[in-house]
Write a protein that binds this ligand. Structure first.
Ligand code: PLP
Length: 410
């Protein structure tokens, strides 16, 4: 077999479907966030990133960087092994205590990413529950879907945020163990789950709940515990999963919950046991970031203000925003080629980076630009974004939400 040809053919199919991914090489500038340097074909160029998941800019926070540097100097660059083989550092133990406290749970367990937390966490939990049925929201992230697959357990998919459908499936499942998987804030549509109502159903039908707060941790709730904290329902959720790589600004993932459940995942999850631990420097930086966000509301308040200003500016410009109550602003394009072209034009002509979101991340026909303002996107940057988008929309003859874009954005 010509192996290289086989791989080439697979890539060709992706290209034909306009799904081939092209990465832009970008170096973030910690001193000028959200600005970055783009290695463009014509040479280095300063740009503004409008699609970062470093939602609060904590990745550039001086105290977070200082903790990382100081800990690396003191303990070295890596963890030195798995958690079992000398990788359980003081820093990682402190981080787990900080996370348990953040979510009001007795225990927490750290993984190398949010992806791994879901994949190995869900698979392990479901495997430890005999004859478990997994009920999973249709909008759940790929890491959760992979966790379900790896569990080998029966699954039932409920329509996105559809309580009636979830209840129907729970009712027909009978007395077997049931695990309900959902996210608090869905990152591509910016919509929020009815957490309390899902927990009510779970209690009624004897199910366990697993909530992914990846896009909400640090951002919502009085201490940054997420949407469940904001809604006052953290104690109702059995497992809260999160990332250290988005609003916390570093890297890593975790689950938090009751002690025996966490200890069981620690003891049985291959994705936890057989991999090198997070470096102490990373753990220490994440701890400082979480501690800061527990006590400081400044970042969350400024974030909310700049998100609202961005939504207002784009709406006034007549751009087709998908309405959301959260910090994620989907700008609908509806076609893969046009979405990529809009993203390319924004970068090449306006120095604005917003990557296109195409199938399979979103369903065909709902291709979009996903805009994520941070507290550091000031009013001038917002005005420049609105103007650039209007120019790109006109140039590509993309539909506006209103027939005449308002003068303010011209
Ligand atoms: N869960 C959701 C809902 C996500 O969007 C992502 C994506 O990044 C993850 C989990 C994975 O988290 P991480 O980036 O820390 O691997």
């Amino acid at each position: 077999m010509d192996y290289e040809q086989a791989f080439g053919q697979a890539l060709e199919a992706l290209r034909r479907e306009r799904r081939y991914r092209v990465f832009n090489e970008i170096e973030r500038d910690a001193s000028r966030f959200p600005r970055a340097n783009w290695r463009s074909p014509a040479g280095p160029r300063e740009i503004v990133i409008w699609c970062s998941n470093d939602y609060l800019g904590m990745g550039r926070h001086p105290a977070v960087i200082a903790a990382m540097v100081e800990t690396a100097r003191r303990t070295g660059a890596g963890a030195g092994g798995t958690r079992n083989i000398s990788g359980t550092s003081r820093a990682i133990v402190e981080l787990e205590a900080e996370l348990a406290d953040l979510h009001g749970k007795p225990s927490a367990l750290v993984f190398t990413s949010g992806y791994v937390s879901n994949e190995t966490g869900i698979a392990t939990l479901a495997r430890l529950l005999p004859d478990c049925l997994i009920l999973s929201d249709a909008g759940n992230h790929n890491s959760m879907i992979e966790g379900v697959r790896r569990s080998g357990r029966d699954k039932a998919i409920f329509r996105h945020n559809d309580l009636a459908h979830l209840e129907e499936l729970l009712a027909s499942a009978g007395a077997r163990p049931k695990l309900v998987l959902f996210e608090s804030l869905y990152s591509m549509g910016g919509d929020v789950a009815p957490i309390e109502a899902i927990c009510d159903l779970a209690r009624r039908y004897g199910a366990m709940t697993y909530l992914d707060e990846v896009h909400a941790v640090g951002l919502y709730g009085a201490r940054g515990g997420g949407i469940a904290e904001r809604d006052g329902v953290m104690e109702r959720v059995d497992v809260i999963e999160g990332t250290l790589g988005k609003a916390i600004g570093v890297v890593g993932g975790y689950i938090a919950g009751k002690s025996a459940m966490i200890d069981a995942v620690r003891s049985f999850a291959p994705g936890f046991i057989f991999t090198t631990a997070l470096p102490p420097a990373v753990a220490a930086a994440a701890t400082v970031s979480i501690r800061h966000l527990k006590s400081s509301k400044l970042e969350r308040e400024r974030h909310r203000t700049q998100v609202e200003k961005t939504k207002r500016a784009l709406t006034q410009a007549g751009l087709p925003l998908w309405p959301t109550e959260t910090h994620i602003i989907p700008l609908m394009v509806g076609e893969a080629g046009a979405c990529k072209a809009a993203s390319d034009l924004l970068l090449a002509e306006h120095g604005i980076y917003i990557q296109p979101i195409n199938f399979p991340t979103v369903t065909r026909g709902t291709e979009r630009l996903r805009i994520t303002p941070t507290p550091f996107h000031d009013d001038d940057l917002i005005a420049a974004l609105a103007q650039a988008l209007v120019e790109v929309w006109r140039r590509l003859e993309l539909p506006f939400a209103t027939s005449a874009p308002a003068q303010a954005a011209e």
